[in-house]
Design a binder for this molecule. Structure first.
Ligand SMILES: O=C(O)CCC(=O)C(=O)O
Ligand SMILES: [Fe+2]
Length: 343
């Protein structure tokens, strides 16, 4: 497999928080045991190891070029050094050769929304989408909670009184989604982090998987106090429209959405801040979304392709969403036992 390493105008970025450029290059060239003492988070070590394992001879035989990755035609592994790209592309380019992520979330900002929201159309490749859908389909039946019209899975577990019992997400939910989320800086300003940098655990610790057959949606709602106010939703399978509503002053719901977001399969939608606390979101129970156009869809300009929607319609298919959030309160299992023992 071809490996691309895009490097590095700014290596003191969130995905490599402690890594100066020279150290990364040194590691790739001479991965001595001494460097192991450097305090990278485990996912960074894994990523660096994986990059290295696919480079036959970094720094000697490997071609070094300033050309952008897309112009590389060789099928041989190669090291691409580009001083134009931000360092975070190192992770993204290597772990998803067919994916081209924005250099920062600034480039993915949904301008037609009242507050901070971002849309990245091809956040996952088709192969990654298939692999995740296969994993979802292969979990034992009792893992599903069947609601009247849709079903859901909750990972690592359901919340109890707004608390999560501490447990890691399974690998297939972490990688590639979480590592990729953490690889995109909010802006190119070196002081800004990634979208979960300011959340209590610096990463999502909870994933809700919702499966919507055609004609089925979810009532307008707010996500409540259990989570840090950043929601990352990965859409799989087919497209649908998410409606955003504002409460009226008397608390009633204004039934006309303030804006609509069209979510294509493999896309990522991030909503944050007041959009979390002051607005509601919902999905209509319709067999097709109608009246889709540049003026009615907030993220129209960011879509992967407008072509499927040129007649303004989106016939619904089976759509699966993965909602990544950081639960604020986490209980260690050990604490649980000690609470029980005291009773
Ligand atoms: O499926 C979606 O896009 C929305 C899911 C949602 O709002 C929720 O689980 O709270
Ligand atoms: Fe929600």
């Amino acid at each position: 497999m071809r490996t691309k390493l895009v490097c590095l105008s700014n290596l003191t970025t969130p995905a490599l928080p402690f890594c100066p450029p020279s150290l990364l290059l040194l590691f790739l060239t001479f991965p001595s045991a001494l460097l192991r003492t450097h305090r990278f988070p485990p996912h960074v070590w894994r990523e660096l190891d994986s990059i290295r394992s696919r480079l036959p001879s970094v720094g000697t035989r490997t071609p070094v070029t300033e050309a952008p990755p897309s112009t590389q035609s060789s099928t041989e592994p190669c090291l691409v050094l580009s001083l134009r790209a931000p360092s975070l592309a190192v992770m993204a380019a290597d772990s998803a050769p067919n994916i081209s992520l924005p250099a920062s979330l600034d480039d993915a900002r949904i301008r037609g929304m009242p507050l901070a929201a971002y849309y990245i159309p091809d956040f996952l490749s088709a192969d990654e989408e298939r692999a995740i859908l296969d994993r979802i389909a292969s979990v034992p039946k009792p893992r599903w909670t069947q609601l009247t019209h849709r079903r859901l899975q909750t990972w690592p577990s359901e919340l109890i009184q707004n608390r999560l019992v501490d447990a890691p997400l399974p690998d297939w939910l972490n990688d590639p989604v979480v590592s990729r989320l953490q690889s995109i800086p909010i802006s190119l300003d070196p002081d800004t982090g990634h979208i979960f940098s300011s959340s209590p655990h610096c990463q999502p610790n909870h994933v809700l998987i919702n499966e919507y057959p055609p004609g089925i949606g979810i009532m307008p709602h707010k996500d409540g106090a259990a989570y840090h106010p950043t929601v990352c939703t990965v859409s799989l399978g087919s497209s649908l429209v998410l409606d955003i509503y504002k409460s009226k002053n008397d608390g009633a719901l204004d039934t006309t959405p303030v804006c609509r977001v069209l979510q294509e399969p493999r896309s990522l939608l991030i909503t944050t801040e007041d959009l979390y606390t002051d607005y509601l979101h919902g999905i209509a129970d319709v067999d097709e979304d109608l009246d889709l156009s540049e003026t009615t869809v907030a993220n129209w300009g960011l879509l992967r392709s407008k072509q499927p929607f040129v007649d303004g319609r989106n016939p619904r298919g089976l759509r699966t969403s993965l909602t990544y959030r950081d639960v604020l309160k986490v209980t260690k299992l050990g604490n649980k036992f000690s609470i029980l023992q005291k009773r």
